[in-house]
Write a protein that binds this ligand. Structure first.
Ligand SMILES: *[C@@H]1O[C@H](CO)[C@@H](O)[C@H](O)[C@H]1NC(C)=O
Length: 280
């Protein structure tokens, strides 16, 4: 009897720790398909997830858990061929009027023309921090890894391990930083032909529908938040992402991406007044 209790206690302790910083390799354990009337599918026993879009509807999924800091990796293969007017959104968000959000959005294009990777960061409901990139490969052809590292000091966006964007905690300069609102991971495939491709000039070719984006290798090495409490607040995780920042080699790579592949930077948009972090 006592032995039984010990065993269940150990199991309880183990499951508590695996919850506090957890990794999911399987979509069945990590996400729920939330809309699309069967257009989103989990296949291969949880190894593969596909979202599809036709003229009637797109589809989407969200993580089962809310995270408060973490490292989230996903391999995504974007809609092949002519994907003009389609948007594959992949983001963390706390939702609501004063939401925090970390965005990747992939804007499709006609065959042979580049996808645009659109990024943004919202803190306490304020975004307008867009940076856009072309990629150094065609994201329709293969799975590539898109990563968010979010810790108390900075938010890092990576593509195949190459940093493309850094958003630093500049609270000392009065700039709000996402650090108190837990976020879920969301992804959806939807039609935005009014603006997505060259400001709506290029229309979606619905004869090519259904459009399909595919996902593999989901991993969330993250602090789980529930009922207003994060499992990392009492004991910080030992994972390397908790203190991760750009090292000199990373800064060099970031510069390469910005010099060669960045096509829009909110800090350099003279039509808008750049926010304070652009002057630091
Ligand atoms: C699509 O291709 C055109 C032509 O190369 C380019 O100007 C545009 O930025 C690309 N991306 C989107 C989302 O329209």
């Amino acid at each position: 009897m006592i032995k039984m209790k010990m065993v269940s206690l150990i199991i309880l302790v183990i499951s508590f720790f695996s919850l506090s910083v957890s990794t999911y390799a399987n979509f069945n354990n990590g996400v729920d398909i939330t809309w699309g009337g069967g257009r989103g599918k989990i296949e291969e026993g949880g190894e593969l997830l596909t979202l599809s879009l036709d003229k009637t509807s797109g589809s989407g999924f969200q993580s089962k858990y809310e995270y408060l800091f973490g490292r989230i990796d996903m391999k995504i293969k974007l809609v092949p061929g002519n994907s003009a007017g389609t948007v594959t959104a992949y983001y963390l968000s706390s939702l609501g009027a004063t939401h925090d959000e970390i965005d990747f959005e992939f804007l499709g294009n006609v065959s042979g023309e580049p996808y645009t990777l659109h990024t943004n960061v919202f803190s306490q409901g304020k975004g307008n921090r867009e940076q856009q990139f072309y990629l150094w490969f065609d994201p329709r052809l293969d799975f590539h890894t898109y990563t968010v590292v979010w810790n108390p000091q900075e938010i890092l966006f990576y593509v195949d391990g190459t940093p493309i964007r850094v958003f630093k905690n500049n609270e000392v300069h009065g700039i709000p930083y996402p650090k108190a609102q837990p976020m879920k991971l969301y992804s959806s495939l939807w039609a935005a032909e009014d603006w997505a491709t060259r400001g709506g000039l290029v229309k979606t070719d619905w004869s090519k529908a259904p459009f399909v984006a595919a996902y593999r290798g989901f991993s969330a090495d993250a602090c789980i938040a529930s009922a207003g409490h994060s499992t990392c607040s009492s004991s910080p995780p030992k994972s390397s992402w908790w203190t991760q920042s750009l090292d000199p080699a990373g800064a060099q790579k970031l510069k390469w991406v910005h010099d060669k592949y960045m096509i829009y930077d909110y800090c350099k948009d003279n039509r808008r007044a750049p926010p304070p972090e652009c002057f630091l």
